[in-house]
Design a binder for this molecule. Structure first.
Ligand code: C2E
Ligand code: CA
Ligand code: CA
Length: 420
């Protein structure tokens, strides 16, 4: 255990009477940024100031230890939870201030994890648990504190397991990974001419794992880029197969933030579509709103180029986050995908009806198409038709199905009630 005291001469007291303390793990969120931006010499001064300040803030109520650069372990004397929480919040607020050094002003934020040890806990485990709580808190948003719970530990264990298994799958030529496709109904043409590709993973030991679980992990652990390229290749080959059978579907591909952020990603997509000799008009990329707002000018140019070649760009999950007029007006998109949260009550809630009908009106005014997702009932479908929605996706039309079933589904589609 490598713990260095902030103040010289303070000896680690917590081996004998650790149960008398609450253990706090503090991590400065942007220490790397500070070192990279201001240089290590300023970074070191900042750290030394930060450590001293931390000791002052904690004062008589505990002891501060330096753990690593930008990481501290603080022992607070046990107290009522409310008082401890108040103290920790105070430490966080104080960590959030501007530090002045020479001509520089440095703004730092910190994340904190808290663990209340039992007398038989081992010191390594205690720090690990406080660290785990800090780490979990950070993934939910920097600058906060979180108490350790067993469910956090379970979550981390599960994440570690899935990362290991997913890495193994990728190494074994994407073993257990496959795609299914959810048909999309074209209201104007009254036919199915699109589908969304959705990733699935069946692991030998763990069984079927939902993309809602493994995609965020793949994104966080840096596995999504490989998965993304694999998926695109797979979709393009599938399109070719369908084309041979006379079925010319446009396929929507979900794109993760890390993929678009990659420098050559959009260029590579362009090349791959070209190489596979697929019509650009058979491809749609779905990018979420929060994601598109972060893109730089070059990415906007790349996306515009793809649009000019015939690729559709959909603004996915529209309305799920903080919807911005900016993203609607300035982003290079061709369509807006209204999130399921609005569709859920569109047949019952008058306010939602007013909102959605005016969103559709506005989006059309901007020259984009509108697609609704998560449509499960006829009443929802009818409302969307009434408001002039262009495309409909959801269990009411069909669930995501495999590449063979979709062919059959489309063949029999003219017999369905909504195809009239
Ligand atoms: P998403 O892009 O919003 O995809 C729509 C999700 O809603 C899919 O869940 C789909 O099965 C589900 N869904 C469709 N219609 C209905 C409906 O009528 N009712 C209900 N309750 N659900 C419906 P799925 O396949 O579990 O995917 C979850 C999320 O995982 C996706 O949300 C997407 O964010 C991500 N994802 C899935 N495949 C990929 C992929 O290949 N790449 C990336 N980057 N993300 C993916
Ligand atoms: Ca999507
Ligand atoms: Ca969506």
């Amino acid at each position: 255990m490598d713990i260095k005291s902030v103040q010289e001469g303070v000896k680690s007291p917590f081996i004998e009477n650790i149960e008398e303390y609450v253990v706090v793990f503090l991590d400065i969120d942007n220490i790397r940024y500070i070192n990279d931006t201001f240089g290590h010499s300023i970074g070191d001064k900042f750290l030394s100031m930060f450590g001293n300040r931390l000791s002052q803030i904690v004062g008589e109520e505990g002891i501060v230890f330096k753990y690593n650069d930008g990481e501290y372990v603080i022992l607070l004397h046990k107290n009522e939870k409310e008082l401890i929480d108040k103290k920790i919040q105070f430490i966080l607020n104080e960590s959030n201030k501007v530090f002045k050094e020479e001509d520089y002003e440095i703004l730092s934020t910190a994340s904190i994890g808290v663990y209340t040890p039992n007398s038989n806990d081992k010191i390594d485990d205690i720090i690990k648990k406080a660290y785990i709580a800090m780490y979990q808190g950070k993934t939910e948003g920097k600058g906060n504190y979180k108490h350790f719970t067993n469910s956090i530990e379970e979550k981390i264990k599960r994440k570690t397991l899935l990362t290991k298994e997913l890495t193994k799958s990728i190494e074994r030529n994407y073993e257990g990974l496959y795609l299914i496709y959810q048909p999309i109904y074209n209201v104007v043409e009254k036919k199915i001419d699109e589908a969304e590709a959705l990733m699935r993973w069946k692991n030998q030991e763990l069984g079927e794992i939902s993309p809602a679980e493994f995609i965020p992990i793949a994104e966080e652990m840096g596995l999504i880029r490989k998965l993304g390229y694999w998926l695109i290749k797979k979709v393009l080959r599938q399109i070719k197969e369908w084309n041979k059978e006379g079925l010319n579907l446009k396929i929507a591909i979900n794109i993760s933030p890390q993929q678009v952020a990659e420098k050559d990603f959009l260029k590579k997509i362009k090349e791959t579509i070209h190489e596979e000799d697929i019509d650009f008009r058979q491809i749609k990329l779905e990018i979420t709103e929060t994601q598109i707002l972060k893109l730089d000018e070059q990415r906007f140019k790349d996306l515009t180029e793809l649009i000019n070649l015939g690729v559709d760009i959909a603004l996915d999950d529209f309305g799920e986050g903080y919807s911005s007029i900016k993203s609607l007006v300035f982003s290079p998109i061709t369509e807006v995908k209204i999130d399921k949260i609005f569709i859920d009550s569109i047949h019952q809630d008058e306010k939602i009806q007013k909102l959605i009908s005016s969103i559709i009106y506005t989006v059309h005014g901007l020259g984009y198409k509108v697609i609704a997702e998560g449509v499960e009932y006829k009443e929802q479908f009818d409302k969307l038709l009434e408001y002039g929605c262009d495309k409909i996706q959801g269990y009411y039309i069909e669930r995501p199905i495999d590449e063979k079933k979709i062919v059959e589904f489309i063949k029999g589609f003219h017999n369905t009630p909504y195809a009239i």
